[in-house]
Design a protein around this ligand. Structure first.
Ligand SMILES: Nc1ncnc2c1ncn2[C@@H]1O[C@H](COP(=O)(O)OS(=O)(=O)O)[C@@H](OP(=O)(O)O)[C@H]1O
Ligand SMILES: [Mg+2]
Ligand SMILES: [Mg+2]
Ligand SMILES: [Mg+2]
Length: 311
């Protein structure tokens, strides 16, 4: 490969290829039927697919980018033994590799990058058979900001020349845009997408205040951001803590590359440096454009914002 490809572009191209491989692992574990479910905490599960997909992604990226700080969701994904050789992906997606790197990202070095990996977003939904909600997330941050990301949907079905193909991979790069699908405009009425499996009183209070025409309850931060980009929902709201940096890094990068915005419910951006706390304490508010984001932010009750900021 040419050494003249800027690091961020090459890393994004590698991430697209490895996310595809991780997606195949997620499907293979399900087909085998041995999910190996572990309860990490209340309503918080890990399966063999989470563990194996993380090993595939981290081993592949670490082998090629030894000085990048890579942080994955799963703590002990079977670190013993070698990662199977066919899980080590060193291919790069050709289309992404040919992208022009924005000048602001041309000088980025490995030491400036933190990669946040969610090997399987929507684990509850995966175990319950809501397979469309499942995504593989690789978020690339530079100096605390998500600048590029991959959302891979392993169970998305398409027909190409009469043949069924499983999986699609959406990427975003700051200053360039998104690829892998064509975004659609937001719906005419206010449709909110929110958690399916992690709601609580605060999350519901936030939803009530929106007075939306419809509330969609689906799993995963990745899938909710895809719903925004596909014009299925106008706003993603989760007005409580619970989701983490690996949940939001890739979705925020892809959404912002498409002109959207993801913040906490106070309207502040999260920071993605390696020393930041993992928990997104003050919730998530996201929309495909600034106007919708500001509108939703203005409807969140001050009382709820105060409660969250004091936590
Ligand atoms: N309360 C709580 N406890 C543990 N984990 C939590 C919680 N709330 C959200 N999450 C994790 O955030 C990811 C997205 O979950 P949800 O779709 O349910 O919620 S959200 O609306 O996007 O926050 C999803 O990530 P994965 O663990 O990767 O599936 C959830 O597990
Ligand atoms: Mg999890
Ligand atoms: Mg997740
Ligand atoms: Mg996960």
């Amino acid at each position: 490969m040419s050494t003249s490809v800027p690091l961020i572009v090459k890393l994004l191209a590698s991430s697209v290829s490895v996310a595809n491989r991780a997606g195949k692992i997620v499907r293979d574990v399900m087909s085998k039927g041995e999910l190996g479910i572990v309860e990490k905490g209340k309503d918080d599960y890990q399966t063999e697919a989470d563990r194996s997909a993380q090993r595939c992604i981290i081993a592949s990226l670490a082998a090629q980018y030894p000085n990048i700080n890579i942080i994955g969701e799963e703590d002990n994904p079977d670190t013993e033994g070698d990662v199977p050789s066919d899980w080590i992906v060193i291919d790069t997606d050709k289309d992404v590799l040919s992208l022009e790197c924005p000048s602001s990202l041309q000088g980025v070095k490995e030491e400036d990058i933190v990669v946040w990996v969610d090997p399987l977003d929507g684990t509850s939904e995966y175990t319950q058979g809501f397979l469309e909600h499942v995504t593989v997330l690789i978020g690339i941050s530079v100096n605390e900001k998500p600048v590029a990301g991959v959302i891979h949907q392993p169970y998305y079905k398409t027909l190409i020349d009469g043949e069924k193909k499983m999986g699609r991979t959406i990427w975003g790069l700051q200053g360039v845009g998104v690829g892998g699908f064509t975004p659609a405009p937001p719906p005419d009425s206010l449709i909110i997408t929110t958690t399916r499996s992690h709601s609580n009183a605060l999350a519901e209070k936030g939803l009530q205040a929106m007075n939306a025409s419809q509330v969609l309850r689906v799993g995963g931060a990745g899938y909710k951001v895809l719903q925004l980009l596909e014009g299925v929902a106008s706003v993603y709201l989760f007005a409580t803590s619970g989701c983490k940096k690996w949940d939001t890094c890739a979705p925020e990068a892809v959404l912002s590359a498409a002109g959207g915005k993801l913040t906490d419910i106070l309207g502040n951006y999260y920071k993605y440096g390696a020393s930041e706390q993992r928990l997104n304490k003050t919730g998530v508010l996201a929309a495909v454009n600034n106007e919708l984001h500001s509108y939703a932010l203005s409807k969140i009750p001050e009382e709820l914002k105060e409660l969250q900021s004091k936590k």
